[in-house]
Design a protein around this ligand. Structure first.
Ligand code: NAP
Length: 261
């Protein structure tokens, strides 16, 4: 699955699943560009993933290079700048992983504040749309590419009470992915999604829950008995982005230890 020499943009690359994905691509020889809003967290991830030093904001090691771009995917101008910056600095864009997301508004529908609803949809859904819009425009004009969007098993595959905004946004990412795949496979841009179940990041902790309590909850509720390691989600994303999956188009691959089997 060598990604040697590929330029890879990973939104939400500073933490959790995005950071593990950046690590996995860098280990395969790719140049990874991490996008997010918090420059300190991005710089920390770049430092960890790269080794040695390179130009400002970048770190280069034998296995690959890491760089960051500050961007808010929910903001149309920022999302456009994000893709422009990657191309200007690195000379292209071959792979994009649209992973940035938030849990946001929780609770029953009657209790969801409209502004909180809008925020979840803006980041999780519109953020993927805006990112893809600019990624695809570049890729189709420069020989094609691959895109993997990060949805969730909560959404198209599973519903949970109190998660209406998040579930609606992620179900929409699944449908957006499959529709975009049909729109653009003829342009040489191959688009798929992954839908992780509870994964080993703070996002899967219930308010006030410890990791030990989460482990007990997972043992009781997940057929595989545990959360997904972020590396397990990352390796699936890597496969979908690589030439090992060239005829997989418009797929939404669930990674949830059997919860929705
Ligand atoms: N963890 C799970 O159990 C789980 C399960 C299923 C699906 N997922 C999905 O997997 C993805 C990653 O989850 P995670 O647990 O790794 O989350 P996380 O640890 O909270 O990381 C989220 C990342 O997204 C970035 N981000 C958030 N809002 C952004 C915005 N408006 N613009 C740009 N970047 C933004 C964050 O950086 P800044 O805050 O600095 O911008 C951070 O890098 C999400 O889409 C999530 O819904 C997670």
């Amino acid at each position: 699955m060598s990604l040697h020499g590929k330029i890879v943009l990973i939104t939400g690359g500073s933490r959790g699943i995005g950071r593990a994905t950046a690590r996995a691509f860098a280990a395969e020889g790719a140049t990874v560009v991490l996008a997010g809003r918090d420059v300190t967290a991005l710089a920390d991830a770049v430092k960890e993933i790269g080794s040695g030093t390179a130009a400002e904001g970048t770190a280069g090691g034998a296995a690959g290079r890491a760089d960051h771009v500050v961007a808010d995917v929910a903001d149309p101008a920022s999302a456009a700048r994000m893709v422009e910056t990657v191309v200007a600095r690195h000379g292209g864009l071959h792979v994009a992983v649209n992973n940035a997301g938030i849990i946001g508004a929780a609770g029953p529908v009657t209790d969801i504040d409209p502004a909180a609803w809008d925020e979840v949809l803006a980041v999780n859904l519109t953020g993927v749309f805006l990112s893809m819009k600019h990624e695809i425009a570049h890729m189709r004009a420069h020989g094609g590419g691959t895109i993997v969007n990060v949805a969730s098993n909560i959404g198209a595959h599973r519903r949970l009470p109190g998660m209406a905004a998040y579930a609606a946004s992620k179900a929409a990412v699944s449908v957006l992915t499959r529709t975009a795949a049909l729109d653009h496979i003829g342009d040489g841009v191959r688009i798929n999604a992954v839908s992780p179940g509870a994964s080993d990041t703070p996002m899967s902790l219930r308010p006030g829950e410890s990791e030990t309590e989460r482990a007990a909850r997972m043992k009781a509720s997940v057929p595989a008995g545990r959360v997904a390691a972020t590396s397990e989600v990352a390796s699936t994303i890597l496969w979908l982005a690589s030439d090992a999956s060239t005829h997989v188009v418009g797929h939404d691959l669930v990674i949830d230890g059997g919860v929705t089997a």
